[in-house]
Design a protein around this ligand. Structure first.
Ligand SMILES: [Zn+2]
Ligand SMILES: [Zn+2]
Ligand SMILES: [Zn+2]
Ligand SMILES: [Zn+2]
Ligand SMILES: [Zn+2]
Ligand SMILES: [Zn+2]
Ligand SMILES: [Zn+2]
Ligand SMILES: [Zn+2]
Length: 293
């Protein structure tokens, strides 16, 4: 005799019990996991929650891998991948994006932060700012992107962050964006940045448990990461300021690209300086051209 606990019934054989479990509306069985649920809802919940199943509840269908399920969501449903949520209509998804995400209407993509969205939106702008560097054919959507390209050291002309800072200190005669107090004035009256330290760390930076920066004492598990840190602008003087500093914007920057981005974002209403700033950028651009030719 075989006994079904849930139904309190006896069966003549194991086969008969098995038959009962398959047919009865009181048994909902996941054969993959060998689990028996008392309701359809219980079984569905199990499919949804168990990491073993890749199940679309809307279509009541199973997929082999989480990637197949994701593909299905993307191609057959209105799906938000940031929230892993499905919506009934395109409109529903768009509304969700507008309410919960930073959303680019141009290409319909969502971003996790305002910053990411702003960065992304720049990719939609026409690329009209040509790099003046020797052997360089790249163009950018903004001056900030052009300067970032210089500072990253990837321009084939060989421009470096140091050269950018030197040139900015020399060219910004009216101290619109550079802070004279953080520059060194030479005997000829010209300004240069305080020598920014470009050191390379060696095995000597090992402090027994990690590689330690001599300047700020932050630590890294790998020497290469410490050297990346040392080459980055983190220890540079904040030699750049917002052009509206006199009117109260206290923002200071370590890199030219950061101040240019601040200006181009329009946050401080620096538009009235537009002409002067354009002048500084033009001077810089032609200096870069001269220096690298
Ligand atoms: Zn039963
Ligand atoms: Zn299961
Ligand atoms: Zn589905
Ligand atoms: Zn979402
Ligand atoms: Zn977009
Ligand atoms: Zn370039
Ligand atoms: Zn450091
Ligand atoms: Zn500002």
């Amino acid at each position: 005799m075989a006994y079904c606990n849930r139904c309190d019934r006896y069966f003549s054989s194991d086969d008969a019990l098995w038959q009962h479990e398959r047919m009865s509306s009181r048994h909902w069985i996941c054969h993959d996991c060998g689990k028996d649920f008392p309701s359809e809802r219980g079984l569905t919940q199990h499919y949804v929650q168990s990491p073993r199943h890749h199940y679309c509840q809307r279509c009541d269908s199973h997929f082999d891998t989480p990637y197949d399920l994701q593909d299905h969501y993307v191609s057959d449903h209105w799906y938000c991948s940031l929230c892993n949520k499905i919506f009934d209509s395109k409109l529903g998804l768009q509304e969700h994006n507008r309410q919960s995400h930073w959303y680019c209407a141009t290409c319909g993509r969502s971003f996790a932060s305002e910053n990411n969205l702003m960065q992304h939106k720049r990719t939609h702008l026409p690329k009209t700012v040509q790099c003046p560097g020797r052997n360089c054919t790249r163009a950018f959507a903004s001056h900030a992107d052009l300067v970032l390209h210089w500072e990253s050291g990837t321009c084939p002309s060989g421009v470096t962050r140091q050269l950018v800072n030197d040139t900015a200190a020399k060219n910004d005669r009216y101290r619109l964006i550079t802070d004279a107090r953080r520059l060194i004035q030479g005997p000829d009256g010209g300004y240069t940045p305080r020598g920014s330290v470009t050191t390379w760390a060696t095995q000597a930076s090992w402090n027994g448990s990690a590689y330690e920066c001599v300047l700020c004492h932050c630590t890294y598990p790998k020497l290469a990461r410490l050297n990346e840190h040392l080459q980055s602008p983190v220890h540079d003087e904040r030699m750049y300021k917002c052009p509206t500093a006199l009117e109260g914007c206290a923002a200071q920057f370590r890199t030219l690209s950061a101040v240019v981005q601040h200006i181009e974002s329009g946050k401080c209403g620096v538009r009235k300086f537009q002409r002067q700033i354009q002048g500084v950028m033009d001077d810089l651009t032609s200096s870069m051209h001269r220096l690298t030719c």
